[in-house]
Design a protein around this ligand. Structure first.
Ligand code: AMP
Length: 400
């Protein structure tokens, strides 16, 4: 069975075609700058040369049409007809309280996704555009929505509610939803497989730290708390996002700096975090290098980043009354041995002990980086959200 996974941003389509027999990737690529005369198209069929070109692509429908033409191309294509695509897995960022699992897309499902647009105004509209385009281009395929928020719908009420007037929850559904759910679910399953124990017997803390970052407490396979909130702005210090701050800072800065609401929103989302503190870069590689070269502001930014991450991990040990596995994933988590080392160094009270030589090994595979004596197993687990989306879609196709 072949499954196409698509992830639509406001001006981009990321796509990956899987053969689910062996979960291999047959082709993948990206279209960027949709809506311009010079959209950038990359396409890579496995074992063939990568193609790259620019073309005028007005909207997601045209973009997806081009993706299908590339997949069926006489020379570089990998399928003979559209009918070979049994299902399309769509990444949808926000499922609100409507979805606690992936769903076959029907008119009711589309309607529910539309109702959550207010909660994710930047993400859900392009996700809906992608769904409409794919349904038009592949009318015979089964379309499945896989939500970033769904995995966290298991959180108990005391963890997902904010201590605001309760009416804000009943009236506007203001609550913690959490994000990166597809990734947290995938890496926690991989971690359980790796240590050969059932997920249902484990307490796992999953640190997904990339440009966006969140930590999740996964108790016996179930998300019981996560650091992102109603939006992906809450929680950890990130590349460009501030994470938790005193909410009273917002009106204060608006008054002092004469900012509009949208300016302060942009400041907190795009000009804060590592970028805001260093004034230089949101990229952990560049900030780490600057720190190594003696840049004190870079050192301060990383110390702040590590402190917040460590405090959040510690709070989830408390939330679960223990932890069996601490895992790191995503760009920073998978690649920065320094971040892993520094976080774990200050968690020794909990019996976490890192093996430095294992921590320094670079690998694309799931691996253990703790010592045999460590009370908590520390793992690096590469995330693979696209594969998880394909698996979810296959699961629903199999049930049809
Ligand atoms: P992601 O959002 O998961 O793609 O992660 C992207 C981030 O990973 C980049 O912004 C970098 O800061 C970080 N990253 C990638 N490679 C490394 C590395 N070798 N060391 C530190 N950070 C890295």
């Amino acid at each position: 069975m072949k499954i196409l996974v698509i992830n639509c941003g406001s001006s981009s389509i990321k796509y990956e075609l899987f053969e689910m027999e062996d979960e291999s990737v047959i082709a993948e690529g990206l279209i960027e700058k949709i809506g311009t005369e010079s959209a950038i198209i990359t396409y890579q069929a496995t074992d063939k040369e990568e193609l790259m070109k620019t073309a005028e692509i007005l909207d997601h429908r045209e973009g997806l049409n081009l993706v299908l033409r590339l997949l069926m191309d006489d020379k570089d294509g990998v399928i003979a007809s559209k009918n070979e695509v049994a299902a399309v897995g769509h990444r949808v960022v926000h499922g609100g309280e409507f979805f606690s699992e992936s769903a076959v897309i029907t008119s009711e499902v589309r309607q529910a996704i539309r109702k959550t647009v207010d909660l994710a105004p930047l993400h859900n509209p392009p996700n809906l555009l992608g769904i409409a385009a794919a349904e038009q281009q592949l009318p015979d395929a089964i379309h499945v929505a896989v939500f970033d928020t769904a995995f966290h719908q298991t959180m108990p009420k005391h963890a997902y509610l904010y201590p605001l007037p309760y009416v804000l929850y009943t009236r506007h559904k203001i609550r913690r939803y959490g994000f990166h759910g597809t990734s947290h679910k995938y890496v926690s399953e991989q971690a359980a497989l790796f240590i050969e124990k059932p997920l249902t017997e484990l307490k796992i803390i999953s640190a997904h730290i990339g440009n966006g970052a969140s930590v999740t407490a996964i108790d016996h396979g179930i998300s019981i708390d996560t650091s992102m909130g109603m939006t992906p702005l809450e929680g950890l210090m990130m590349g460009t996002r501030c994470g938790d701050i005193d909410p009273a800072i917002v009106p204060y800065v608006i008054a002092k700096e004469d900012l509009t609401l949208s300016e302060i929103q942009s400041m907190m989302n795009k000009h804060s975090g590592l970028l805001g503190v260093t004034g230089m870069s949101s990229d952990m590689r560049e900030v780490t290098q600057a720190m190594e070269e003696g840049n004190e502001q870079a050192k301060l930014a990383i110390d702040m980043y590590l402190y917040k991450l460590r405090k959040t991990i510690g709070s989830y040990i408390a939330a679960m009354n223990g932890v069996d596995i601490l895992l790191f994933t995503a760009g920073v988590g998978e690649n920065s041995s320094y971040v892993r080392q520094e976080v774990c160094k200050e968690l020794s009270f909990f019996g976490i002990e890192l093996d430095q030589s294992k921590n320094n090994i670079r690998s694309k595979k799931t691996r253990e980086i703790s010592t045999p004596n460590s009370k908590v197993k520390v793992l690096v687990v590469p995330t693979y959200e696209e594969l998880m989306i394909a698996r979810e879609a296959k699961h629903l196709v199999d049930q049809q």
